[in-house]
Write a protein that binds this ligand. Sequence first.
Ligand code: ADP
Ligand code: ADP
Length: 233
Amino acid sequence: MIRVEDLSVTYAGATRPALRGVTMEVEEGELCLVVGPTGSGKSTLLGAVCARVPHFTGGLLTGRVVVAGRDTRTSLPRDLADVVGVVGQDPVAGFVADTVEEELAYAMEQLGVPAPTMRTRVEDVIDLLGLGGVRDRPLADLSGGEQQRVAIGAVLTAQPRVLVLDEPTSALDPAAAEDVLAALARLVHDLGVTVLLAEHRLERVVQFADRVVSLSADGTATSGDPATVLATA
Ligand code: ADP
Ligand code: ADP
């Protein structure tokens, strides 16, 4: 579902590459964890997978990134919008509505999804992410973990095949982070969505991961099954 071949990225004006010869693969329905110290290129790798790098950031990209059969060199982020959903660190920054249900419906309204389908998908996402208790609540009253689950749910209503999450738990306390990560594991299991997840609190997520990509400070990567990669990291 995601294939990265010998990917190097150098931003304009940078003295060294942000990524250097990274090769990795994620099969459909797998959860792949991207780990590494700050500045090792985690966001750059995720950005390359959703085509934001280099189309939005500039810089020089060599190698190849293919997502669901589409080469990101020739696809803009909007061309991939039906395939790749992106969740950032701060859910509140992306909110456009007042309540949970309105937020979950918004993306589908923009896509022109018919009302009955929209209602079904909102219910599916509420069940899947355990948001039943807060569905009528203003987004501003939710806990951080609940807000992040709403943000993930809103992206899921467009039914992307790949979900890219850049440290979605970084602003959360441990219990809320656990909630969000368990919800992600359920998505992979129940929907077969392919997840690429950057996360620095390794101990919490490694139990859910099918694969790990470990980036080093110099932008090189080791990837494979979690036990092997983490034994050498
Ligand atoms: P991480 O997510 O692991 O912290 P990043 O991918 O954000 O790593 O950054 C990798 C390197 O690229 C860092 O040196 C960072 O300063 C640089 N970098 C990241 N984004 C940009 C950008 N848009 N323009 C220029 N340099 C960037
Ligand atoms: P189908 O799509 O054929 O109905 P699935 O097993 O793929 O069957 O989906 C089961 C339910 O989950 C459906 O109601 C569908 O709308 C919903 N669903 C499937 N994929 C996603 C997704 N990526 N995000 C949110 N809901 C989804």
